[in-house]
Each structure stands twice: as structure tokens, then as C-alpha cells.
Design a protein around this ligand. Structure first.
Ligand SMILES: [Zn+2]
Length: 94
């Protein structure tokens, strides 16, 4: 299952080493159930241009399936990148 998470992390622009066994450890055996209740911490990662690593989470979007993201803003929310893209398209009007 860590392959999916690694793929999602890479897609979201994470660079550097990703430890497969560490992800397995964070997910545990019941991750499919756990992720329905709340996002699961999957470790700290870095994106290009960042000065530090940030904690990332695996979440489930009811529309797009599994996604990963880091916490944004003071309210610390997660974005589904595909939902965000769709919303930007709507706002853009094109
Ligand atoms: Zn979504």
C-alpha cells in the first residue's frame, strides 16, 4: 500500500527520499478504516523550494479517492488537489 502513498507524494511534488517501511508503520493494518474517520499522518516530507520538511497526511476524498497533503493555514486544513483544481477552473471561467 505504501506504493500508492509514494505515488501520491511524488505527484504532489515531494522530493528526496521516501521510506517505504516508515509509511507502512504509520498506516498500520487498519488504514483503510482509519482513513475514513480522519486523515492519517504519514511522515514529514519536503517539496522543492521549501526550507523545512512538513507533516503530510493521507486522506480520502469522497469524489476523487485517496490523496495526500500537508496542513495549510492557521486552521490547518488539507486540500484535495483535484477538488482544488476543479474549483479554480470554475472560478477562472475558461
Ligand atoms: Zn477531491
Amino acid at each position: 500500500m505504501s506504493e500508492l502513498v509514494i505515488k501520491l507524494l511524488r505527484r504532489s511534488g515531494v522530493i528526496g527520499e521516501i521510506d517505504k517501511s516508515e509509511i507502512e508503520k504509520y498506516l498500520g493494518r487498519l488504514w483503510r478504516l482509519k482513513v475514513l474517520i480522519k486523515p492519517i499522518y504519514i511522515g514529514e516530507y519536503e517539496k522543492e523550494g521549501w526550507r523545512n520538511k512538513l507533516p503530510f497526511y493521507l486522506f480520502r476524498c469522497s469524489k476523487h479517492g485517496y490523496g495526500v497533503d500537508y496542513l495549510h493555514g492557521y486552521d490547518e486544513y488539507l486540500y484535495c488537489p483535484q477538488c482544488l483544481e476543479e474549483r479554480l477552473k470554475t472560478i477562472g471561467g475558461d
